[in-house]
Design a protein around this ligand. Sequence first.
Ligand code: MFK
Length: 212
Amino acid sequence: MDTITLNVPTLPCVGLAAAAGLLACKLIAPRRRADETERGPLPAWLDELEDDESYERVRLPEWDNGTEWRRKNGFKGSDYVHDACAAVHVPRYYLRGVSGGVGSKLVGAAHFGPGAESHRGLCHGGTMCSLMDDVVGWTGFCATGVCKPWSGFTVQINTALKKPVDVGSWLRIEGEIVKIDGRKVSVKARLLDVDGDVHCEAEGLVVLKKKS
Ligand SMILES: CCCCCCCCCC(=O)SCCNC(=O)CCNC(=O)[C@H](O)C(C)(C)COP(=O)(O)OP(=O)(O)OC[C@H]1O[C@@H](n2cnc3c(N)ncnc32)[C@H](O)[C@@H]1OP(=O)(O)O
């Protein structure tokens, strides 16, 4: 049988990668994602974090590998926030870990797609709350100063919604460990735009799993 080899060139920039991801979403799940549009390029400051030696990119096989890998490893679906097709999508986090945990900071970018819409171009407040849940949890998993995935549970997310988010926005999401009391990790988080305007902020609590 003849085989066809496709030479796919390396994508020149992460923005194209994001667009390609969305195209893949359309092709793979055309009915579910009929309202998706291109996310556009990733924000430039994300590249600055990539180049900043004090930050390290958090990588997870369940984010980076495909559906097949997830299925084989106990996952049942796509990641609610990190999947390329998610209504509100975080492509990456970067950690500035601090020994002892307190002061450790997680920074990422979040895109609010058309699937996050509530009223006429504005996003549902629950999308901001979901993001706060995610960043609080992932920041809490960094309680040792390094990221230990799934090492605890978010148990509280008290979110203040401060400014509506437009559909199509790329915003900066941040979480920081402010206190560690035994297994309880307190995290402050916020979502802000390129001008520094805060769209929401949260105080969260993560309970780390008991050591076995
Ligand atoms: C390989 C498997 C990996 C699994 C990893 C899963 C990662 C999931 C990532 C998430 O973030 S999921 C987000 C949604 N969150 C949840 O679904 C959490 C639901 N809650 C629970 O499942 C249980 O509450 C939990 C397992 C977290 C309880 O754990 P424990 O039984 O070990 O904790 P315990 O109840 O003994 O509480 C420990 C401390 O935390 C405090 N605490 C627990 N829940 C609290 C709460 N909701 N608010 C405030 N404090 C809370 C509790 O008072 C206590 O304080 P003290 O040490 O001072 O006494």
